[in-house]
Write a protein that binds this ligand. Structure first.
Ligand SMILES: C[S@@+](CC[C@H](N)C(=O)[O-])C[C@H]1O[C@@H](n2cnc3c(N)ncnc32)[C@H](O)[C@@H]1O
Length: 221
């Protein structure tokens, strides 16, 4: 048996009993299909608070804002940058793909909009900054932000490679990049992560959630 329906990691259970988990987050957590993914986000967000790791949060690959909503609820005091075309994949990014991504088209994930995402996330929208457009073009000319947590969920080789190249140098010491879908179905994504990780001192930490997430925790000097 893996995790039962009512499984909670002890740290989460204690925080819940102590009243430190908002009603909204608790409600979402009960229906969220990938509990390990959710608890992993939460444990990382708690670690960043406890260790006083400075920096903004970011997500590359937002779609309708489901994971963004979770992350924002976990620490709505952080500035949260959302990067997406909000129109799905581009043909240029899809072209070199093999594996599962090769069966995707520019219609996938196109049924969203900035307004829908902001409505879905709700909460402290002063803290949410939307960067629409094709990444990395959408990051050109941005002021120099520092990041404490980056959730990457863009599925393909090009945006994953570009995301690691953009976010890693701007990641605070002790900060974390979380990359969803590190599994053999997403050949381009795995290639981008493996190529990048060969160039940095940190090891990849694999999380046994439903789609296999991998994390890079930036070393402290
Ligand atoms: C799997 S969805 C994200 C799901 C979301 N993180 C969640 O868990 O609810 C992938 C998203 O990546 C976006 N994306 C992929 N390549 C991109 C690129 N080069 N620039 C901007 N957005 C991109 C797509 O538009 C799509 O919305």
């Amino acid at each position: 048996m893996f995790f039962g329906e009512t499984y909670e990691p002890p740290v989460w259970e204690k925080a819940r009993k102590d009243g430190h988990i908002s009603h909204e987050l608790l409600k979402l957590s009960r229906n969220y299909p990938d509990k390990v993914r959710l608890y992993n986000f939460w444990i990382q967000v708690q670690r960043l608070k406890q260790r006083d790791v400075k920096g903004d949060f970011a997500e590359l690959g937002v779609y309708k804002g489901e994971s963004a909503r979770l992350i924002h609820l976990m620490d709505s005091s952080r500035m949260f940058h959302l990067f997406d075309t909000f129109e799905g994949f581009t043909n240029a990014d899809l072209k070199p793909e093999t594996g599962k991504a090769a069966t995707y088209s520019s219609n996938d994930f196109a049924d969203t909009s900035i307004n829908k995402v902001l409505k879905n996330i709700g909460g402290n929208t002063d803290k949410i900054k939307v960067h629409p457009g094709h990444f990395p073009d959408s990051a050109v000319g941005l002021q120099e932000y520092n990041f404490a947590l980056v959730n990457m969920d863009a599925d393909l080789y090009n945006p994953t490679k570009a995301g690691l190249e953009y976010f890693y140098p701007r990641l605070s010491q002790g900060g974390v990049i979380i990359i969803h879908d590190y599994n053999e179905k997403w050949e381009g994504l795995v290639k981008a992560v493996d190529e990048f990780s060969a160039k940095i001192p940190e090891q990849l930490v694999v999380i046994p959630d439903l789609d296999s997430t991998v994390m890079i925790l930036k070393n402290r000097l």
